[in-house]
Design a protein around this ligand. Structure first.
Ligand code: NDP
Length: 314
């Protein structure tokens, strides 16, 4: 963790923690392989989103780097719900596949929830299946969603106190906000969940010792939302694509201006850069929550392998 300027928040380095987690996963994979077991991950990419293709490429590459067997399946974008259910049934029945990840969004004609519910809970490395959500809620061993689980790892490994703290989660999606709230509650935080109908969001957020922003709105959480010294986790990922927004969010920031000039865009989270002037600790975008999501997918694949094949989890 760096704190070069005392007026600036401590940076919670997601890249460093993700590297640490991946090294642990690689060691577990090599131990399993020495026993003749190789964890396997299948990634199903049916949509045509450019971003999805990049995410899937990164997931497959990370698997290979850690010694996990991986397979990418690309059914045509015209596939029906029934067609995808057949793909999932085949993967459910294969013994060499421990984890199944269905990359969202699926094509519009497909019933995404039906497809996600068809994944065997034992192979549900995204942790989206109702059985795993139930296990999380009951604090029983299971597979938990990658992004919020990665955030818990970051907090714990960075020494951020959770028990007894007031935690506010802005956003209530099934993949981030709700499981994040459940994980924080399980870790004994006092949790408030906010959404688009919350009255005076800024006032509620200002009560937080620990604020998780997962609303998907560029720079919406400004310093007025943050209690001095609070820990702020920025889940959002948006692209700044206009010069006007570049100036609004990053005035005088040469690094961002250079990146914008080279690529025509720069990334921003839900948290406005001015929050770094009041927060005690903060995750950057990029380099905060994003790398942890992939690291936890790898960790979940190995966990699924161990649980399914009756090996103890370290
Ligand atoms: P969703 O769009 O599914 O959910 C957004 C949530 O934010 C909803 O609960 C919504 O409320 C709430 N919200 C939206 N606008 C406001 C507002 N003005 N005030 C208060 N609450 C608001 O998004 P996701 O949870 O899937 O993702 C959130 C962000 O995180 C996105 O930027 C996404 O790209 C990013 N993300 C990043 C990941 C990573 O690895 N770093 C992984 C996953 C997501 P309501 O329910 O009332 O509509």
């Amino acid at each position: 963790m760096n704190r070069p300027n005392p007026m600036q928040a401590q940076i919670l380095d997601g890249n460093a923690v993700a590297t640490e987690i991946k090294a642990e996963v690689a060691a577990q994979v090599s131990e399993l392989r020495s026993q003749g077991l190789r964890p396997g991950l299948a990634v199903v990419l049916a949509g045509t989103h450019a971003a999805s293709e990049i995410y899937v490429r990164n997931k497959v590459r990370s698997s290979e780097q850690l010694g996990i067997y991986s397979e990418k399946l690309t059914p045509p974008p015209s596939i029906t719900t029934a067609g995808l259910l057949e793909v999932i049934a085949e993967l459910n029945s294969r013994n060499d596949i421990d984890g199944i990840l269905v990359q969202l969004p699926l094509p519009p004609q497909v019933d995404s929830k039906e497809v996600l519910m068809a994944v065997s809970p034992q192979k549900d490395v995204d942790g989206f299946h109702p059985v795993n959500i139930g296990l999380l809620s009951m604090q029983r061993p299971g597979l938990t969603p990658c992004t919020p689980t990665g955030i818990m790892e970051l907090l714990q490994r960075s020494g951020v106190e959770i028990a007894g703290q007031n935690a506010v989660v802005a956003g209530r999606s099934d993949i981030v906000g709700k499981p994040m709230a459940m994980l924080l509650l399980n870790a004994n935080a006092t949790v408030t969940v906010c959404h688009s109908k919350t009255r005076d969001l800024a006032a509620v957020c200002r009560e937080a010792d620990l604020l998780v922003a997962a609303v998907g709105r560029a720079g919406m959480i400004t310093r007025e939302f943050v209690k001095p010294g609070a820990t702020v986790i920025d889940v959002g990922i948006s692209r700044v694509t206009t010069r006007q927004d570049l100036e609004r969010f990053f005035p005088g920031n040469e690094k961002r201006a250079r990146e914008f000039a080279e690529r025509g865009a720069t990334l921003i989270g839900d948290v406005h850069p001015n929050v770094a002037e009041v927060a005690g600790a903060i995750t950057p975008v990029p380099g905060g929550v994003g790398p942890l999501t992939i690291a936890m997918l790898m960790a979940n694949t190995v966990k699924a392998c161990r649980m399914r094949r009756g090996r103890r989890t370290p």
